[in-house]
Design a protein around this ligand. Structure first.
Ligand SMILES: C[S@@+](CC[C@H](N)C(=O)[O-])C[C@H]1O[C@@H](n2cnc3c(N)ncnc32)[C@H](O)[C@@H]1O
Length: 296
């Protein structure tokens, strides 16, 4: 039902509020008579009435909005029980996303973005990484099963943090972990799996006991094998997306083919594979068309 259509309970509450207002006015009049102030300044009398009217209108509006919230909450519950999906308002969608992010903090797949190499980037690359972090966070917020997100080795005095704050509204309030510690200071090395386009091993199964790490890098002047070297330096397992296993080259005018994706693109593929359980589907839906590959 649209917001502008009043329900019978709205009308009941409206009548109730007007009734209470009338009682107030009568009381006011009674007080005046008792106090012998019938000549009391008429304007102050009507000011009081107006004040009370406004008070009741505010109360009424608050009740109305509370009822609306209740109704939306009930709709949501019905949705989670598998009943037909209702249209959700922006505010409710926001609340749902928030709740999912809170849940992800205790049970979601752990994904880190390792920002320990950000000093290797130019100013322009740093700005692009800040934008990619915004998209990555946006994808996580929209996901039905978001990940527990960590931005590690993220220095408080870094140009990247300044850029994230400048470019991404509300960045400091994003619902994720942001720390100067490295992923290895937080997680045991044998749980850490580093994603690198240059790794030999293909990632086939996403394991909830593991922590998946993305190299926080934008390399316009491609600094090859940086993430693979980083994984070696940290002494952790490195894996690549299973592109060779599930995709083939697509002929294109420029004969351009690349398996190196931006962090937000890899992140979205990871979300999709966890959601669907299928690499084929995840790559088909999320692998960027411009990279010159299609699902085989
Ligand atoms: C733009 S890439 C950086 C590429 C850089 N040359 C490197 O050595 O990692 C950003 C990050 O996304 C992840 N990534 C990109 N493409 C990938 C792929 N095909 N397989 C696995 N991870 C990938 C890696 O974690 C990588 O560090």
């Amino acid at each position: 039902m649209s917001d502008s259509v009043s329900t019978s309970s709205d009308r009941t509450n409206g009548v109730l509020a007007m009734e209470l207002l009338r009682i107030d006015v009568l009381e006011e009049e009674g007080d005046d008579v008792l106090q012998g102030t019938t000549e009391r300044d008429h304007s102050s009398f009507s000011k009081n009435v107006l004040r009370k009217q406004r008070h009741w209108e505010r109360k009424l509006a608050a009740r109305k909005s509370k009822r609306k919230e209740e109704k939306l909450r009930r709709n949501l519950n019905r949705h989670s029980e598998g009943v037909e999906q209702p249209r959700l308002t922006k505010r409710v969608m926001k609340a749902v996303a928030r709740e999912r992010l809170v849940e992800a903090r205790s049970g979601g797949l752990k994904v880190c973005v390792d920002l320990g190499m950000s000093h290797r980037m130019s100013g322009k690359e740093t700005s692009r990484l800040a934008a990619q972090l915004r998209r990555l966070y946006g994808a996580n917020k929209r996901a039905s099963k978001p990940f527990h997100l960590f931005l590690t080795s993220f220095r408080e005095d870094s140009r990247l943090l300044a850029e994230c704050v400048r470019m991404n509204a509300g960045f400091l309030e994003y619902m994720m972990e942001r720390t100067e510690q490295s992923c290895l200071e937080i997680f045991p090395p044998d749980h850490v799996v580093y994603l690198s386009p240059d790794a030999e091993e293909a990632l086939e199964r996403v394991d909830h006991d593991k922590v998946y790490v993305l190299g926080g890098l934008v390399d316009e002047s491609v600094q090859k094998t940086l993430s693979l070297s980083r994984a070696k330096e940290l002494g952790v397992r490195a894996v690549r997306l299973p592109i060779d296993e599930h995709m083939k080259k697509m002929p294109n005018e420029k004969n351009f083919h690349s398996k190196i994706l931006a962090i937000n693109q890899v992140f979205e593929i990871m979300l999709a594979v966890c959601d669907t359980g299928s690499w084929m589907q995840a790559l088909d839906e999320r692998f960027p068309r411009g990279k010159g590959y299609v699902v085989a």
